[in-house]
Ligand binder design. Structure first.
Ligand code: MD3
Ligand code: FE
Length: 211
């Protein structure tokens, strides 16, 4: 009998270079959550404008490079446009988690310089897109899911390629590298759910080496 069913750690290969690590973040969640709450109190997530319109997801950032949108465009900025200050450093618990997850998936020495915090509520979604504003595509991306569940849409190298649906839950980590690094992906509209830690929200941390 499995006495600790919440500690699911068996990796699942989901595409060339991409690896789903269910529950991988659960063991550090108390520390991670405390750092995240502290960060968000000082740097509240905001719905960013983009040339395509207002995002339904609210965002904040940590690390040397923060992801910022405006009606003029979007990309990485070293300063929080709201405060004019540099973004706070990525806390050690998150850096270590990202490096451990990347190593587990076969990418050694992953040192992200950007941690985007995406906050979803019922109805929030992210359309199919590629992450292509980073300099070095040999570096993977690590994503950490917290709170209410999401259906992650994972396509292929072309926008019209079929998408697989991946049910991401609290504590799941996914590492995207190799061939999958340029694949189209998105998040289906979030349902109305409640989670004991995050309430009615889904929070995703996207760790990247931007520059
Ligand atoms: C698959 N955010 O902010 S990263 C984003 O759930 C974004 O909020 C996702 O996509 C979210 O750009 C989590 C998942 C991700 C990131 C990069 C990828 C998946 C990827 C690159 C290639 C393939
Ligand atoms: Fe993305």
């Amino acid at each position: 009998m499995d006495l600790f069913p919440e500690h699911r750690t068996k990796p699942v290969a989901i595409a060339a270079g991409a690896c789903w690590l269910p529950g991988f973040a659960l063991s550090v969640m108390p520390t991670l959550w405390q750092s995240l709450q502290q960060h968000l109190a000082a740097h509240p997530a905001q719905q960013m404008m983009t040339p395509m319109g207002l995002m339904s997801v609210a965002t904040s950032s940590m690390g040397h490079w923060g992801w910022v949108g405006s009606s003029q465009g979007y990309g990485y900025l070293a300063y929080d446009p709201v405060t004019g200050q540099p973004w706070p450093a990525i806390p050690p618990v998150i850096l270590q988690l990202a490096a451990n997850a990347a190593a587990q998936a076969g990418y050694s020495d992953f040192v992200p310089d950007s941690c985007l915090i995406n906050i979803y509520q019922a109805g929030s979604k992210m359309g199919l897109h590629q992450d292509k504003d980073e300099q070095d595509f040999s570096q993977p991306i690590v994503s950490v899911s917290l709170g209410i569940p999401a259906t992650f849409l994972f396509g292929g190298a072309k926008r019209n390629d079929a998408s697989a649906k991946i049910p991401l839950q609290h504590g799941d980590v996914v590492v995207w590298g190799g061939e999958s690094r340029r694949f189209y992906h998105g998040v289906a509209a979030i349902g109305a759910h409640q989670h004991p830690l995050t309430g009615n929200k889904r929070i995703n941390l996207t760790l990247r080496k931007a520059k």
